[in-house]
Ligand binder design. Structure first.
Ligand code: AP5
Length: 235
């Protein structure tokens, strides 16, 4: 039987739980998460040319340019670990990015994406982002009940930090930007393999809803023989 590939796109406002669910789904499906936000944060941390170019934009809550992010995703999707698909978390964010992705998937012989749009009210978003803390070493994400500067990562004991863009002013800017750009993207995908996710429920409930949708969806395409060889070689 041919191996199957699936490409899953997570849309939705900041703090809706996309990253949380992407990590869970990646473990279930065995395909990588491509989080453009995470890739850009790592670039900023490393001080690379890309990092220097995007650091200020991200800290202000604006989007980095379509050309730059399309190039980053193009390079990443060509790696062999994406031959059986991937979860795209935070990309595309504009219609121009969606068109670029469409062309790229076609060139790579990957299927059209299943698009899952996370829905969450703004008051909940602000609450979640205010509570979010991350491990600077392993990237694990936490939700803290009370502000606590001495909270540590359960995995490696590192002091948890707050993301630079999780302050009230930047959260407001990110939300405004999301609301002004998301409608066009939803219009682009609505007539395709598009589903809305009730993201206000617990992470386990949301995971179950994703699994149910993906089971009933058509996210797959046969992987070309040349890609299967690569997979076997790296397995
Ligand atoms: P990015 O990193 O993509 O940020 P975002 O889209 O704003 O999303 P977040 O990571 O803030 O939220 P999330 O939905 O992943 O929520 P999470 O799971 O962490 O982008 C950052 C920046 O990079 C952008 O502003 C832009 O500058 C740039 N960028 C990235 N992609 C780009 C692109 N394509 N084009 C241009 N620029 C781009 O959950 C949040 C919190 O809630 C956590 O504490 C979590 O523990 C908790 N939580 C999760 N699920 C639940 C639940 N079900 N119930 C209760 N709490 C929950």
């Amino acid at each position: 039987m041919p191996k199957l590939a699936s490409v899953i796109v997570f849309l939705g406002p900041p703090g809706a739980g996309k990253g949380t669910q992407a990590a869970r789904l990646s473990a279930t499906l065995g395909i990588p998460v491509i989080s453009t936000g995470e890739m850009l944060r790592q670039a900023a941390q490393s001080g690379s040319e890309l990092g220097k170019a995007v650091e200020g934009v991200m800290a202000s809550g604006h989007l980095v340019s379509d050309d730059l992010i399309n190039e980053v995703v193009d390079e990443r999707l060509r790696r062999s670990d994406c031959n059986s698909g991937c979860i795209l978390d935070g990309y595309p964010r504009t219609v121009s990015q969606a068109l670029s992705l469409e062309g790229l998937l076609d060139r790579l012989n990957l299927p059209e994406p299943v698009v899952l749009n996370f829905q969450l009210a703004s008051d909940k978003i602000v609450e979640r982002l205010s509570r979010r803390r991350q491990c600077p070493q392993c990237g694990a994400s936490y939700s803290v009940k009370h502000h606590n500067n001495s909270a540590r990562c359960e995995r490696d004991g590192s002091l948890l930090t707050r993301r630079a863009d999780d302050n009230p002013e930047t959260i407001r800017q990110r939300l405004e930007l999301y609301h002004s750009t998301s409608a066009a993207l939803v219009d682009f995908y609505r007539s395709r393999n598009y589903h809305e996710i009730r993201a206000s429920r617990t992470p386990s409930h949301v995971s179950r809803e994703l699994t149910r949708i993906l089971r009933g969806s058509r996210p797959v395409t046969a992987i070309p023989a040349v890609h299967q060889t690569v997979l076997s070689a790296t397995a």
